[in-house]
Design a protein around this ligand. Sequence first.
Ligand SMILES: C[S@@+](CC[C@H](N)C(=O)[O-])C[C@H]1O[C@@H](n2cnc3c(N)ncnc32)[C@H](O)[C@@H]1O
Length: 277
Amino acid sequence: MASAALKLHEQKIQAKPFLKWAGGKGAILESIFDCFPQRFKGYHEPFVGGGAVFFGLQPKKAVLSDINAELINVYKTIRDDVDGLIRQLRRYKISEDDFYKVRARDPKRLSVVGSAARTVYLNRTCFNGLYRVNKKGKFNAPYGRYANPKVCNEENLRACSAALQDVEILHQNALEVTQRVSKGDLVYFDPPYDPISSTASFTSYTAQGFGRAEQEALAEVFATLARKKVHVVLSNSNTPFIRKLYKGFKIKEVFVRRAINSRADRRGPVSEVLVYA
Ligand SMILES: C[S@@+](CC[C@H](N)C(=O)[O-])C[C@H]1O[C@@H](n2cnc3c(N)ncnc32)[C@H](O)[C@@H]1O
């Protein structure tokens, strides 16, 4: 192999989120990292979603969690059986007919790897990559009609698998994070956002939703951890409600271009906040 090609080959491929996820943080990673301390012990991301911040940071010791069981199953499968997942993904066909057949399958009746492959397939082929479930927890986003969606990005799946090798992955409510966090750790919270207006609400990542009571409970968790000398950083929308909840902490405003919104006219830059202590 020529030396330049060899060098490229030897370079570690930077893992990127393997799913499209509403609220992905890829575009504002630098602003988020500016709020992180230089040094910390363990890293925790209790609303991991697409994991853009984790994959951007790739900390040595990490615990990732989310309340979405199907999502957590994908993370575990990528960590523990990426070959099995790739084998299954290669078998999927891309057509509207196939999409609705796969969507109709009950993930609970599939194998662990089969269910993970179904989630990745639906995510890559559905409308806007919008992971949406109805009140019964059934995935209900429509077909996306993309010309050539990349269902199986083998290279990236393997890079993600390598990044996840020593990571603890939990199916857990974020409000329980206090139990496992110690002084000197870093916790990055990216909860479902407080809606900017009543029509802008997008809170259906899970059947449970995340309303004002949950935002208040989360602010309590944030304050408790800050008191325990845990480094805490949180993203949310820039609303009076959120500013009031986190009064007394440092707050930085950032502007984000949001790609996932069902209405094209709402895809302009929106103002968000980063709260940190
Ligand atoms: C804004 S998204 C996270 C986006 C992610 N950081 C990224 O870069 O793609 C919010 C996530 O919180 C999860 N979630 C909602 N309620 C939760 C709860 N009570 N506990 C833990 N996770 C929750 C959702 O399943 C979703 O994945």
